[in-house]
Design a binder for this molecule. Structure first.
Ligand SMILES: [Zn+2]
Length: 65
């Protein structure tokens, strides 16, 4: 189960294959290998990267088995 890399909510919607939306903080993110790629949806519908706002640690997917 994925958590939002920004707010850690589990309230995640799937948009497309490997692309997700957080209902809590309204960012989109994708999973590439073992890390997240984060996006913000602009008013014109385009996506801009938010990865600069996070550290490598925060973008690493925490596996909790
Ligand atoms: Zn979130």
């Amino acid at each position: 189960m994925l958590n939002c890399p920004n707010c850690h909510s589990k309230d995640i919607g799937k948009i497309a294959n490997n692309q997700y939306y957080c209902w809590s903080c309204f960012i989109e993110f994708a999973v590439e290998g073992d890390r997240y790629i984060t996006f913000q949806v602009e008013e014109d519908g385009s996506l801009s990267s938010l990865d600069d706002l996070f550290t490598e640690d925060e973008l690493r997917i925490q596996q909790s088995f």
